[in-house]
Design a protein around this ligand. Structure first.
Ligand code: ZN
Length: 185
C-alpha cells in the first residue's frame, strides 16, 4: 500500500508543519506512517518525502538515495554533484544550518511537481539537528547531493517548494530534460 502524493497547488504544501512530541513519535500511528512513507518514496521513485506531501502537516521526513537512482547519471555528473548513496533514515523536527555559503546549481525535481524539473541553487554543505524515528537526537553533517536533498525536504516543512527559488527559465518537462539537458551538464 502506498499513499497519494499531493501536487503543487494543494494548500497543505504551503502550510508550515507542526513539530511532533516524543509521545507522538513513539506512537503506532506515526511508526505506521513512516513505513507507508518509505514505501511511497521507493515506489515513486524519489530520494525524499516530507509528510505535507502526503497530506500530514507534521515535521516528518524520510530520505533514501539508492544506487539504482544514481546510476542514471554518468561518472562526471555523479562527481560534480557529490552524489553518493544515502541509507534510509527518518528526520523529525529538523533544524538546518548552512555550513558553507557557496552555492551550486543543478536540475532537481519534486514528487509534488510531477513531470517537471528546473535548476535550483543550493548550499553545498549543511548541518541538520533532528530526532530519528526512536526520538533520539541526531546531528547530520552533509555535503553535495545529500545536502541538496535535506534542504529540499526541510523546505517542505516550512510551506516552501523548490519552484520558489528555481531559475524559471530552466524549467523543463522531464521528457525534454532527458532529451536536451541531462547529458549537457
Ligand atoms: Zn519535493
Amino acid at each position: 500500500m502506498k499513499l497519494e502524493i499531493l501536487q503543487i497547488g494543494s494548500p497543505i504544501l504551503r502550510t508550515p508543519a507542526r513539530a511532533l512530541t516524543i509521545e507522538e513519535i513513539q506512537s503506532a500511528t506515526i511508526q505506521q506512517l513512516i513505513e507507508l512513507m518509505k514505501v511511497t518514496m521507493r515506489e515513486a521513485p524519489g530520494v525524499g518525502l516530507a509528510a505535507p506531501q502526503i497530506g500530514e502537516s507534521i515535521q516528518l521526513i524520510v530520505i533514501e538515495d539508492r544506487i539504482e537512482l544514481i546510476q542514471n547519471l554518468n561518472p562526471e555528473q555523479i562527481a560534480a554533484r557529490e552524489r553518493r548513496p544515502v541509507d534510509f533514515h527518518v528526520l523529525i523536527n529538523p533544524r538546518i544550518t548552512f555550513k558553507d555559503q557557496q552555492k551550486v546549481t543543478f536540475f532537481e525535481g519534486c514528487l509534488s511537481f510531477a513531470g517537471f524539473m528546473g535548476q535550483v541553487p543550493r548550499a553545498i554543505a549543511v548541518q541538520v539537528e533532528c530526532l530519528n524515528e526512536h526520538a533520539e537526537h541526531v546531528t547530520i553533517d552533509a555535503r553535495g547531493w545529500y545536502a541538496r536533498i535535506l534542504q529540499h525536504e526541510i523546505e517542505h516543512l516550512h510551506g516552501k517548494l523548490c519552484v520558489d527559488h528555481m531559475n524559471m527559465q530552466s524549467l523543463t518537462s522531464i521528457e525534454n530534460y532527458a532529451k536536451y539537458w541531462r547529458d549537457a551538464q
